[in-house]
Structures are given as structure tokens and as C-alpha cells.
Design a protein around this ligand. Structure first.
Ligand code: 8ID
Ligand code: ZN
Length: 354
């Protein structure tokens, strides 16, 4: 039976504190629109994007009041009446990603850029997300989770994993190439190290502190650079790559400086994958050197349904593992503070079974 009310973390307006309330209504079967499903969540990852949404520091603002969260895993407990062609059924374990829904009929969707659909719905941004025990999502967009992948281990693959998996896929690199990962010790970055390794890339991890260094090295980073200790990051990357510079950089740091540095240490023909989303900033590139060095600058935004299936599959094979600690929903506020202060190596996963 589906309860009438649930516990959820609610933000009344941008910048307002998180309120964990136990009187938040649960959408009942009769309230679901065709194509929608209700998922009883086991857990959800906490992404830095949730913090941006809560603070309202992006040019696009989230709905308010807002229940954030977009790395959820749980069980489908209801599917709306009159839903046609559902690829999932009640009882299936599925993941909720950032892209909650898209029309699947427009040019962007037909080209596989579902995330760029003008009618896209975003979990924990345009619709309520996974910082609640139950969430409404769409049967065509939830991601089936293989039986051998535990829910908490799968959660952060649905945003952090999918995003870096796709960014590396489009980074125009081949086995043996050098890829630089500024932000390597964070949620996206530590998964990027592992996805890069599955493609035979050589990894330069950039982040700070002993804990993140240890994590990056354990996950297979070939070179570690501490951005707070290095006197010249561009020179350090060039030295590590035999003077030529790196073939690609996937920036998941939440500040603009690593972007500028990447443009300086990429070798000719190199590709900058723009992933990390610091507030309202701009990326300034020398026109002359962008041309002269044939540099590619590519914005990479989460992934489509197929990217999600592929990223999850690689995790279910045990080739990529999220490094996480589990906490109850009441610790979400503290998790945001830790994220803001760069204190989380890997991910925090909120576990509703705790
Ligand atoms: O689709 C997308 N493009 C997408 C999807 C998901 C998340 C983009 N994001 C964005 C988030 O909104 C956020 O802006 O990616 C960014 C990183 O998300 P995250 O991995 O969830 O954040 P984190 O765990 O806080 O990791 C960020 C890391 O960057 C390091 C920090 O130490 C932290 O480990 N970092 C910083 I801040 N400055 C750095 C620097 N100068 C740096 N690392 C290297 N050099
Ligand atoms: Zn995210």
C-alpha cells in the first residue's frame, strides 16, 4: 500500500535552508498521468548540482518549493492507468536520472540528444526529485538496474557516472592517450578516472588533499597533481606528458580556473570537455591559439537513455565502482556543507533503508 504522506527534504526558495518534513503528500495512482510511474526509493546520491539548484547560483533557476535529488534507485510501485508501451513494470528496480522525461519526438530527441529536448523535465529541478521516499517519474526514461548491482552502488552512476561516461566517449581520445581530470577526487571525477581506465587512457588526476590523492591513486590515476600545492599546473601536466601536453581534459571542478589551465596544457588537436558548472562565469579562449592548435571545446550535458544503460552496464560488470558513504536524509544539510567545502572524496548516498 502506498502511504498518503512521506518524509522529504524541501527547500522553500533559492538559498533557503533544507527542511526535512514528514507531511509531504505522496502522489497516488489516480493522480499519475499516463506514462508516469511512482518509485519507492531505496537511496539517492547527492550531486553538486543539487547544491547549485538549492543555492540558485545558475542562470537557470529550479522550481520552488523544491525537492532536489536526481540519482535515485528504487522499486516501481505503481504505473499510471492508460500508459502505453511501458518498457518497465511494477516491481522492477529502476534508476532516476537528471533527465526525467523528454518528448522523444523532436529533432533533439530523434538525434539522441534527449537532454536537449525543449520539453525536457529534470529531476530535482523542474520536477520534484529523489530527496523523498517516493518519487514520480516516467516509464520511458527510468533506467533498469541489473540484479547484481546493489542500489546504493548504482545510485551515483545515474548522474555522475552517466555524465563522465558520455564526456569521455566524446573526448576524441584513444587508448594510450593522456586525459586530465580536474575535480578527480569528487563525485564525477572519481568515476571519470575509472571510465577513462576502461578505455585504456592514461589519467592525470587533479584535486587536493591526502584523502582524494589516495582515492585517485587507488582507482588507477597514473599521475596526481594537488592544485593547492602545485606551483604551475600547466607546466606539471606538460612535464607528465613528455612536453607535448594532454590529448583531452574533462573538467568537473566547480570553478573557472581549471578551464583556462586546460586550454594551455592541451596538445594540438586536443579536446576540452566542459562538464563542471560553476555559477555565472564565462570561458575565455584565445582565438588565435584555438585555431593554431586546432583545439576542440565541447559542452557535455549528462547523457541520454542509451548512455545511462551503457554506464550502468559497465558498473554492473564491476569495472567501475562508486566510492560512497551512506547517510540518512537528516544529514543532507551537512552533506551540502561538506560539498561546498570540498570535503567529500567520492560521493554521499542517502539511504532511506537506514
Ligand atoms: O551534465 C553535466 N555537465 C553535469 C552533470 C552533473 C554534474 C555537470 N555537473 C556539475 C555539477 O553541477 C558541478 O558543478 O559538475 C560539477 C561537479 O559535480 P560533483 O562531482 O558532484 O562535485 P564535487 O563532488 O564537489 O567535485 C568537485 C571537485 O572539484 C574539485 C573539488 O576539490 C572537488 O573534489 N576542485 C575544485 I572546487 N577546484 C579545483 C581545481 N582548481 C578542483 N579540482 C582541481 N582543480
Ligand atoms: Zn548530478
Amino acid at each position: 500500500t502506498i502511504p498518503k504522506f512521506q518524509t522529504a527534504a524541501v527547500i522553500a526558495s533559492a538559498g533557503a535552508p533544507i527542511e526535512v518534513r514528514d507531511d509531504v503528500p505522496v502522489k497516488q495512482l489516480s493522480e499519475l498521468e499516463p506514462g508516469q510511474c511512482l518509485v519507492k526509493l531505496h537511496c539517492t546520491g547527492v550531486c553538486h548540482t543539487d547544491l547549485h539548484a538549492a543555492l540558485g547560483d545558475w542562470p537557470l533557476k529550479a522550481k520552488t518549493p523544491l525537492i532536489g535529488g536526481h540519482e535515485g534507485v528504487g522499486e516501481i510501485v505503481a504505473i499510471a492507468d492508460n500508459t502505453v508501451k511501458s518498457p518497465v513494470k511494477v516491481g522492477d528496480r529502476v534508476g532516476i536520472k537528471w533527465l526525467a522525461n523528454s518528448c522523444l519526438d523532436c529533432e533533439q530527441c530523434r538525434k539522441g540528444r534527449e537532454q536537449n529536448c525543449p520539453r525536457a523535465e529534470l529531476s530535482g529541478f523542474t520536477v520534484d526529485g529523489t530527496f523523498s521516499h517516493y518519487v514520480v517519474s516516467w516509464v520511458r526514461h527510468v533506467t533498469p538496474i541489473p540484479a547484481n548491482l546493489e542500489s546504493a552502488a548504482a545510485a551515483s552512476i545515474l548522474c555522475a557516472g552517466v555524465t563522465v561516461y558520455r564526456a569521455i566517449k566524446y573526448s576524441q581520445t584513444e587508448a594510450g592517450d593522456w586525459i586530465v581530470l580536474p575535480g578527480a577526487g569528487g563525485g564525477l571525477g572519481h568515476l571519470a578516472i575509472q571510465y577513462a581506465k576502461t578505455r585504456g587512457l592514461r589519467v592525470i588526476a587533479i584535486d587536493t588533499g591526502a584523502e582524494k590523492k589516495k582515492l585517485c591513486e587507488e582507482l588507477g590515476a597514473d599521475v596526481w597533481i594537488d592544485f593547492k600545492e602545485s606551483k604551475d599546473i600547466v607546466a606539471d601536466v606538460k612535464r607528465a606528458t613528455g612536453g607535448e601536453g594532454a590529448h583531452s581534459a574533462v573538467v568537473t571542478a566547480v570553478v573557472p580556473l581549471p578551464y583556462t589551465q586546460a586550454l594551455d596544457y592541451l596538445r594540438a588537436g586536443g579536446t576540452l570537455m566542459v562538464v563542471g558548472l560553476p555559477g555565472e562565469t564565462t570561458l575565455t579562449a584565445s582565438i588565435f591559439f584555438t585555431v593554431f592548435k586546432s583545439i576542440h571545446i565541447i559542452g557535455s550535458y549528462v547523457g541520454n537513455r542509451q548512455d545511462a544503460v551503457e554506464a550502468i552496464e559497465i558498473a554492473s560488470l564491476g569495472k567501475v565502482k562508486c566510492h560512497y558513504k551512506t547517510l540518512p536524509l537528516s544529514d543532507l544539510k551537512g552533506t551540502y556543507e561538506d560539498l561546498q567545502n570540498g570535503k567529500i572524496a567520492g560521493r554521499v548516498v542517502i539511504d532511506y533503508r537506514l
